[in-house]
Design a protein around this ligand. Structure first.
Ligand SMILES: [Zn+2]
Ligand SMILES: [Zn+2]
Length: 273
């Protein structure tokens, strides 16, 4: 249970490092798996739930004090509040570090770019577009394409199953898909550490509420199948999930590659790797 942090995906695209969401342990996992946080100058938020934002302050202040000199944060309404909260909460801390000689660049000049349903942008090296999805708060899926290779990765964000997502993910090389509503594991290895609420199957009432906001493996598989993606990664797992059962359920509707996400999992879209 403790081997999984919050939701966060690091993309290496066109020679740049982009972070999508910044859940708990994001900075630790980057350091553990060879991603230098000082090289992450672009961050996208899918939405502002705590499991996607908990490490944001840690990321911003630690990467700046280690040498990052630029940062642009993209996200739904409210993203500016997150950035401004850094100065509200940590002004003394920032001044203390500036006293050591760390410059203002990368902390005093953070750019915030609002994302809405019309959002898309491109640089010479990569492009991205956004799709509003259906969750309890404003949430976006993102589709990233590397210019030089045309390789495309779609990140669903948290969402219930919607037809628009299949269209948005059309022909992507990789779909990283919310699959929160997964069957519980009967493996008792961590039984002592699992809160009762997560130990067994959820009630019909809870399942109904979750289905309004998240996908199950069949939803994830059907989105991948309709989109015609090459690879499907099931993510956003609650603790104590049965990974084999997840893959099998998704397999009933999708015949491409299926993996269950794990912290530190690294996927290359380069056909030569
Ligand atoms: Zn959420
Ligand atoms: Zn979430």
């Amino acid at each position: 249970m403790t081997n999984r942090g919050g939701t966060s995906v690091s993309l290496s695209i066109g020679g740049e490092q982009i972070l999508v969401d910044c859940g708990s342990l994001a900075v630790h996992r980057m350091l553990e798996h060879g991603v230098n946080p000082t090289e992450v100058e672009t961050l996208f938020f899918t939405h502002h739930h705590i499991d996607h934002t908990a490490d944001f302050f840690q990321f911003v202040i630690s990467s700046w004090s280690l040498g990052r000199e630029s940062l642009t944060v993209y996200g739904p309404k409210g993203t500016e509040r997150f950035v401004n909260a850094i100065y509200d909460l940590f002004e003394d801390d920032i001044q203390y570090r500036e006293w050591f000689g760390h410059g203002a660049k990368g902390i005093r000049d953070i750019d915030v770019v609002p994302v809405d349903s019309e959002f898309s942008m491109s640089t010479e090296r990569w492009s991205v577009s956004a799709l509003p999805v259906e969750h309890s708060i404003e949430t976006y899926a993102y589709r990233f394409t590397e210019t030089s290779t045309g390789q495309t990765c779609v990140i669903s964000g948290d969402t219930r199953r919607i037809d628009e997502l299949s269209e948005f993910a059309s022909d992507a090389d990789l779909l990283v898909q919310d699959c929160c509503l997964a069957p519980t594991s009967t493996d008792s290895t961590f039984a002592d550490h699992i809160p009762n609420r997560l130990a067994g199957p959820i009630s019909d009432e809870m399942r109904r509420k979750h289905k309004q906001n998240h996908c199950d493996p069949e939803d994830a598989g059907s989105i991948a199948a309709e989109a015609g993606v090459d690879r499907l990664v099931l993510t956003h797992l609650l603790p104590n999930r049965d990974h084999d059962a997840m893959r099998k359920k998704a397999r009933t509707v999708f015949d491409g590659e299926i993996e269950v996400a794990a912290d530190g999992m690294c996927i290359s879209l380069d056909k030569n790797n």
